[in-house]
Design a protein around this ligand. Structure first.
Ligand code: C5J
Length: 223
């Protein structure tokens, strides 16, 4: 398959060797009362990408593609949360504190679940990651290697933090990655715009970007 409209040039991928990766589409970042809001952010900005992300996910599922969901999640004893991460800044609630949706960024808590609209289904990979990048302290690279995955399509939040970190990690591990422009968002629109530019600069130094409509068209054309 080929996404002609991708930037900075056309992106080619084989369905069987490609996974759709949705980064941290969890209540903690997208709904009021979670980690995103405790940091002082307007979470409604992130909610706006849900319809496009849901459409891309549905089309990818219909095509039979592999789906990976990640959650930024710490173990209940916070043994995987370095003090430098927990103590930085001045949030109203810190990681592990009790919030309106349970303990902030702790695995198994209500706020740590993927939002209902994008909830994982059987057969999809769900990765709890203690870091910003999806490969740090997880088994994801091995899981993708076992399945012969070489290409990754990304969506999720936030663009310049966990999405960009994961794409850079993927780049260093040899994956060809494309970020779906309208399926990712930041609390800071200027950071999103800058990240898209950084990813595709210098001949796709980190990867490609494209609107999700271009992916849907490529999937349609293939059937
Ligand atoms: C942040 C993330 N922004 N998922 N995490 O702290 O991007």
């Amino acid at each position: 398959m080929r996404i002609e409209e991708a930037n900075p040039f056309a992106y080619e991928f084989a369905l069987a060797r490609t996974a759709l990766v949705l980064i941290d589409m969890q209540r903690d970042f997208i709904e009021p009362g979670g980690f995103g809001e405790t940091l002082g952010n307007d979470v409604s900005l992130l909610e706006a990408i849900v319809p496009a992300t849901k459409a891309a996910l549905q089309a990818w599922r219909n095509a039979g593609g592999l789906v990976v969901h990640t959650r930024e999640a710490h173990s209940p004893d916070l043994s995987d949360c370095p003090p430098a991460k927990r103590n930085r800044g001045n949030p109203t609630l810190r990681i592990g504190d009790e919030g309106p949706m349970g303990r902030i960024l702790v695995a198994g808590e209500p706020g740590n679940q993927i939002i209902d609209a994008l909830a994982p289904v059987d057969g999809e990979i769900v990765i709890d990651k203690p870091g910003k990048g999806m490969f740090h302290a997880t088994s994801l690279h091995e899981l993708l290697q076992q399945r012969g995955i070489t290409h990754l399509l990304f969506g999720g939040v936030t663009t310049e933090v966990c999405v960009q970190t994961s794409m850079r990690e993927a780049n260093d591990r040899g994956y060809d990655s494309l970020l779906l422009e309208d399926c990712t968002e930041s609390y800071f629109p200027a950071f999103k715009a800058a990240t898209l530019d950084m990813i595709r600069a210098q001949g796709a130094i980190v990867g490609w970007t494209a609107p999700s409509a271009a992916l849907l068209a490529a999937l349609n054309n293939a059937t």
